[in-house]
Ligand binder design. Structure first.
Ligand SMILES: Cc1cc2nc3c(=O)[nH]c(=O)nc-3n(C[C@H](O)[C@H](O)[C@H](O)COP(=O)(O)OP(=O)(O)OC[C@H]3O[C@@H](n4cnc5c(N)ncnc54)[C@H](O)[C@@H]3O)c2cc1C
Length: 512
């Protein structure tokens, strides 16, 4: 590539988390030419370390974040329709302990929660009693409340948005870091554009873009200061949050919201049939966002909250896995990490009418689509011919012609002999109707290629590499399939070997 501006995009997006992928999809669907680079894998940072909820955020009502809660509540219904394979309604049980928040306050909060945002399919809240014998909760918790939110496969939400962006014409590159960008003047026009410097395994190259979107998540401020050598318009507060995964704590498909005596809340969420996900914490983070690990204190905190509520008592030995991420929040100078605003702020700078830079501060998975719409509204002045908002009704890849996930799983079992129900359901949830892209020619389990363990077959891996930017075993096990909780180190090494051979074959195919 040379300096002939051949690769002049309308927008270059830095960062392949939910915000970058969401903006790329929205912009590409409005007819803009879009480039997105991600330094690692899609969703490899904050966007795969969440509590995996599409939620209004009941506790943000206490912090008077009414705008955010209203928008997030309404988004639950929008996103459920856009991606019913990866998003499902989830009932939450809140045990009531009178010494924490009084019942009238909770009832009032739930009333607002039911009515603040548009609710079409999700059930409203109600009071519940816990019959002593079959309640997983300790005997002193006899009553409480129930309300609705949704659970999501967070990493897949990002990948589906990236796929949608690509299908609308965007260029998406992973394992490619933006190491700098500066404003330059084009020969043909008197308007400046961004020259974006990129690095990947093959070397360095550059592209050009009229607008630069900084969706670097935890790196948002650092990117402005170090890579662009500019002044960040806002401070960013990095707040670490961790989760633990333990063997299933209780039967049933409901989640629990536990109120701790420090006024924080912790969720216990049924996870991947076999496990319970417990989180999250909120603590100030000052390290390198590439290296975030649960601390002993956080682990003890989560175990204590769980043990205070459930009959089944846990120790650190019960913890199968953990994960941590940092929330890149807009610094509102709040003393308490739990109270820092979860709302997003978009900062547009076009000093002296030069090429604009739009930076994303804060946000939630739940509001990514609205955030992308706001970003587009801000960029409208630079692209007057840009098409109208379109994402609210557009299905994400895999939701096309999907009746229900259960029906799709049955169709898979009818078409491919030897597939059991758990596998058919896993595929239906992960890929929706896109599963037929690699199952169309297959009529028996024996045609799926090498078995790499735990019902992962070569055909699925090939699809993930070809269509979903998967490169290594971590991408496939942790983010595309969530099979990492079952794979042993040896099985992972075998998958890695398979991938090395696959990449070699693909490279030879490209060269031929
Ligand atoms: C513990 C925790 C729990 C949460 N739970 C929920 C929840 O249940 N529901 C909810 O709605 N929200 C939740 N959130 C919030 C939500 O996860 C985040 O708001 C969202 O994921 C942030 O997405 P992002 O795209 O801004 O950042 P990221 O996902 O971190 O993406 C930024 C990307 O930019 C890339 N990047 C950075 N610099 C460069 C560069 N120079 N070149 C190329 N790429 C670069 C990074 O590699 C990264 O992948 C939670 C957050 C945390 C931490």
């Amino acid at each position: 590539m040379n300096d002939n501006y051949e690769y002049l995009y309308d927008i270059a997006v830095i960062g392949g988390g939910i915000n970058g992928a969401g903006i790329a999809a929205d912009a590409a669907g409005r007819g803009l030419s879009v480039f997105l680079c991600e330094k690692d894998d899609l969703a490899s940072h904050t966007s795969s370390a969440s509590s995996k909820l599409i939620h209004g955020g009941l506790r943000y009502l206490e912090h008077k974040e009414f705008r955010l809660v209203r928008e997030a509540l309404a988004e639950r219904e929008v996103l459920l329709k856009k991606a019913p394979h990866i998003i499902r309604p989830l009932r939450f049980i809140m045990p009531h302990q009178p010494h924490l928040r009084p019942a009238w306050l909770i009832r009032t909060g739930l009333f607002f929660y039911d009515h603040l945002g548009k609710r079409e399919t999700l059930a409203g809240s109600n009071s519940v009693q816990f019959p002593l014998a079959n309640s997983p909760l300790k005997a002193e918790m006899t009553r409480g409340f129930e309300y609705s939110d949704c659970a999501v496969d967070d990493a897949r939400l990002v990948v589906l948005n990236a796929m949608q962006a690509q299908e609308k014409g965007a260029k998406i590159v992973t394992q490619t870091r933006c190491v700098g960008a500066h404003r330059v003047f084009q020969d043909t026009e008197d308007q400046s554009c961004w020259r974006v410097e990129l690095e990947n395994e093959q070397g360095a190259y550059q592209i050009y873009a009229k607008v630069l979107v900084n969706a670097a998540g935890p790196w948002v401020a650092q990117f402005i200061q170090q890579d662009l050598q500019l002044k960040a318009p806002y401070g960013v507060r990095l707040i670490q949050g961790s989760h633990i995964i333990v063997p299933k704590l209780y039967d049933g498909d409901k989640a629990f919201i536990m109120q701790n005596d420090d006024q924080r809340i912790v969720f216990a969420i049924p996870y991947l049939d076999l496990y319970t996900l417990i989180g999250t914490t909120d603590q100030e983070f000052h390290g390198d966002p590439d290296q975030v690990d649960i601390t002993e204190l956080e682990m003890a905190y989560l175990l204590d909250v769980s043990n205070d509520h459930f009959k089944t008592q846990l120790t650190a030995q019960d913890v199968i896995s953990t994960y941590s991420g940092v929330r890149p929040l807009c610094d509102d100078e709040s003393d308490n990490p739990s109270a820092v605003t979860r709302d997003y702020t978009l900062a547009l700078t076009d000093e002296q009418e030069s090429a604009p830079l739009l930076s994303v501060f804060g946000g939630k998975l739940t509001t990514y689509r609205k955030l992308a719409e706001s970003a587009m509204a801000q960029l409208k002045a630079f692209f007057p011919a840009m098409q109208k908002p379109w994402t609210d009704k557009a299905l994400l890849p895999g939701a096309e012609n999907l009746t229900t996930v259960e029906e799709l799983a049955e169709q898979i079992q009818e078409k491919v002999s030897g597939i059991d129900q758990p596998l058919a359901l896993r595929w239906a949830h992960a890929y929706g109707t896109r599963v037929w892209l690699w199952l169309q020619q297959v009529s028996s389990i024996h045609e799926l290629g090498q078995h790499l363990g735990h019902d992962l077959y070569a055909q699925e891996v090939d699809y993930l590499v070809e269509r979903e930017w998967a490169v290594n075993a971590e991408d496939i096990l942790r983010r595309r399939t969530k099979l990492y909780l079952q794979f042993t180190e040896d099985e992972k090494a075998e998958l890695e070997n398979y991938l090395i051979a696959l990449h070699q074959r693909r490279a030879q195919g490209d060269a031929a």
